[in-house]
Design a protein around this ligand. Sequence first.
Ligand code: GLN
Length: 465
Amino acid sequence: MSIKSTIEKVIENAEKLNPTLNSFLSIEREYALNRAEELDQNQDDLALKGFAIAIKDNICTEGMQTTCGSKILHNYKAHYDSTAASRLKEAGAIIIGKANMDEFAMGSSNESSAFGICRNPWDTERVPGGSSGGSAVAVASGVVRASLGSETGGSVRQPASLCGIVGFKPTYGRISRFGLVAFASSLDNIGIFGQTSEDVAKVLSVIAGRDKNDTTSADVAVPNYISELSNEISGKKIGVPRALFGEGLDADVKNAVEQSIENYRKLGAEIVDVELPHAQYGIAVYYIIATAEASSNLARFDGVRYGFRAEGSHSLRENYYKTREEGFGAEVKRRIMLGTYVLSSGYYDAYYSKAQKVRNLIRQDYINAFEKCDVILTPTSPTTAFKIGEKSDDPISMYLSDIYTVSANLAAIPGISVPCGLSNEGLPIGLQLVGKHWAESTLLNMANVYEKEFPLNAKPPIFVG
Ligand code: GLN
């Protein structure tokens, strides 16, 4: 089959499902078909030739809209490609559209998008998780095999868990952030969704590695993630922080994750107890550091340089006020205010610098724990997909969705969510593995072996395979 006819089918599927799921904010029919035609003529052996991919709408793609799910960037078209997008293009992947998301990647349900909620294909009355909800749904509904999301505190792993697919966050510095619109720069990463960990490995192999345009990208050799996928896992040590399996954890999630620990034991892994004594402070620390950095990063959206500008202002200052007042949604404003507060003189020491110290303790906890084990296993999310509207008026309960994921961002370590079962209601559950800095191969391999031996064997009711 030609690449063009494959891509035609992908676009058709995306267009067919989008009125129901709203996972795409834009579908790039013309671009994708032209590119497919070019690739059909291309004789080169490219790593991702003809591979359809969706990209979260906060990752710049030249000539395509990049709205960050915000009115303030309505109709904004990026002038350049992010490094991830340009490496994907060079490898022959075809960007088929930009995916829905919580506004500026702030949220765990995709409900804060200025362009409408995105629905979970397992149950359209439920959220897909967030903030990369659209990217997760594009994969979970079968439109694409893989997509890019972004991760500041779990925005790839959590929706992957709620949608029954694989979601991967690299070590900070592994994938260039050039062209990823900044939310909280010390925590932000580009992450990858895949129907399988092999899909993730394929994409990671192409986009990982040092980039001169991002000084925080690391000059650490990139292994062959694909050839390292089928390594033996027997003898691997899995650390389980039992103290985190208590309050707030759904019984179904707990049971499925306990079962996955037993399954790993059957596969020859050794299970050891570990402690992460400061993990309980993760949410508080994250919501101080992330909002502080966001309040600074989002200052650039002022109605002058990008996207939306409010009408009817009589002065520059009024124009800033009105543009930001009208352009940002409630959650983004809440974060900017929180962040400004924790950085203000008089509160800086009490909140921001204290949070930085605790961040270090959290990081140290992992370093200590990894002396006893290769990876650490927990649930990805304390619950399965919740109902649309269930948490949207209660920011604290929404923030608690990130309890198992934020620490990996604080510690800059890699993590992966792998489907490990269904709840009594038939909703997917994910297990999370986090690993040592740069140990992406270990995570992908452990995930791959699990998927092969204990596959989910279920697809959502809305699926175009
Ligand atoms: N849900 C978290 C938040 O709202 C994480 C977001 C993310 O990883 N981008 O900040």
